[in-house]
Design a binder for this molecule. Sequence first.
Ligand code: ZN
Length: 412
Amino acid sequence: MQPDIRQSLNEADHQLNDLFAVKQLPFVREGRVKESAERWAVVCEDLEELQTRMLAKRSMVGNSRVVIRIGADGGGGFFKIYLSVLDPSAHSTASGRKSESSRFLDTGVNRAILIGIAGGTQENFVNLRSLWHSFRLPYLPSNCTIACDLKVANLLIGLMSHSSAHPCTWCNADKNCLHDRDQPRTFGRLFESCQAFQASGGRREQAKYYDNVVHSSLLAVPADFVVLQVIPPPELHLLTGVTLTLCQGLQREWAECHEWLDACGVQRDEYHGGSFTGNASCRLLRSTDQLRSMCPLAGLPFAAAFCAFDRVVQSCFGCQLLPEFANALLEFRDRYLDLAISATPKVHAVFYHVGDFCSRRGTGLGVWSEQSTGSLHRDFVEHWERYTVPEDHPTYSDRLLAVVCSYDDRHL
Ligand SMILES: [Zn+2]
């Protein structure tokens, strides 16, 4: 190891260094040509011990309510997997809602520890599997949930993308009938469908006959578990996705709807691929009176749908679950179905899976949210800037290990 890197490591507290290793793992880049290559990754080699130290550090030893949250995110040039431990009851009883400015910022309460990271890797199934299997996690603990966006959710359980014939993570709904629900997906059924798909020859064009399950699930959990037990609906992506769908529908009825966006001070966020940020989405949802006063008659049903979605967000997208959440979800479904637009997988998830999850857990989605991913990414990139060298530099692997150990020491 280079002396300067060793010094950087010595500056840290050495609380977790013994649990991490840097190794080469097989990754692929998919494009016109599929390229395979070994790349450097840093992984935690003892998740059980890491969890023990996190609980001790946070005075949570013996707390039977503790849940483990594993997050996965492939954006921003690094595939990252991270671990949090939290007591949901401490969050769900927290008073009041956060202010708009802090609504989608990590509070620091859910401090996440990086447990696996690889740079320059695409977000695809092979790369996720490579990183995931490096933990040698024999089974997922029963108190564990996964925080990720919908794309990673489908990768984790071996499903094709959200443009496939059965796009829903949580049920077998057909893509042309997303205004309705189908049988819940269980891990046993995922296994059977995958076996049948592979026995049939594994041709992806035939996958629609096998619920679009094309890989074995990476999550080792009992066969009778439904996916909703392990993967919560991701609140931030549902908030921004549904808001965007409503805006696109509104634009078809009212070409000048950008006037409303301008009046709300909202711009499409180019970083997020033309979508809105969480805070911009909230601002639009709270400006429906303004929309009503500006739009033509054809825009009014959209104003009603925005308003109904805002009540959904208020009642179950925070940490607290408000008693009116079930009625709010039904009202939103009715108002959305009044519009002549189809239901997307995200709209479908709000129709059918958000309420089921919140009823089951007795909390809002915020407790289980993937939203800390964004702040974790920004935080990590700032950290990495102090260490960064090109991937082919002789000290790259040492630096990647050093930055993870330093980052995790500060977040323990
Ligand atoms: Zn579904």
